[in-house]
Design a protein around this ligand. Structure first.
Ligand SMILES: [Zn+2]
Ligand SMILES: [Zn+2]
Length: 196
């Protein structure tokens, strides 16, 4: 379950019971075969307990809940009332998208241009201290690019890095590198501007 106020997904952890992580703590995302309404993604996430665990996330939770299209409620400290945040958040998101801002973007290397994207197009994520490597399947050309970005670029909608690192090597097709993290360490990056 996604909490729009903390930008975190709640999962269960075999060691701690409950845990919650940001999107950049996801390590892999894969649509579960046989699910269509809604599509469910099988994810692996890096847990605070030090292990990685599997979890399930729906398409709506991945792409829409961070924008406030989820109907979650929040406790308003000013009025001490439980209020519905979805309307307010989604109005804001809709206005920003209409104004030409996009919640998530990446640089598509095969097309040599920035593209808008939703988190369901991310399929491998690796995080280091200050950077996150994301393998993205382009929604337009279906090819894969690997971008090096900040945590905020992944975790916070409408927070787009002005410039990102792009792995020069192209992933033309799967199978994808088994150890994505060490692949990132051994790859060369160019920087590209992300203005759409
Ligand atoms: Zn855990
Ligand atoms: Zn593309």
């Amino acid at each position: 379950m996604y909490d729009a106020l903390t930008s975190r997904y709640a999962f269960s952890c075999p060691a701690r019971g409950e845990t919650s992580v940001t999107l950049s703590a996801f390590r892999s995302l894969e649509p579960l075969a046989g699910t269509s309404h809604p599509v469910v993604y099988r994810v692996v996430f890096a847990c605070a307990c030090g292990d990685e665990h599997p979890g399930l996330v729906t398409h709506d939770e991945l792409d829409w809940a961070p924008l406030g299209f989820g109907g979650e409620r929040f406790f308003n400290l000013m009025t001490s009332r439980l209020e519905d945040s979805a309307v307010e958040l989604s109005d804001l998101a809709a206005r920003r998208i209409q104004a030409g801002e996009w919640p998530w973007t990446f640089f598509c290397l095969p097309e040599e241009r920035p593209r808008p994207v939703y988190p369901s197009s991310f399929f491998l994520i690796a995080a280091a201290d200050r950077t996150v490597g994301v393998a993205v399947r382009c929604p337009v050309c279906s090819r894969t690019s690997v971008n090096l970005v900040t945590h905020s670029h992944v975790d916070l909608p409408f927070h787009n890095d002005a410039e990102v690192g792009v792995v020069r090597h192209l992933f033309w097709e799967e199978p994808i590198v088994e150890d994505f993290r060490s692949f990132l360490g051994s790859s060369e990056f160019d920087s590209r501007r992300l203005h759409l």
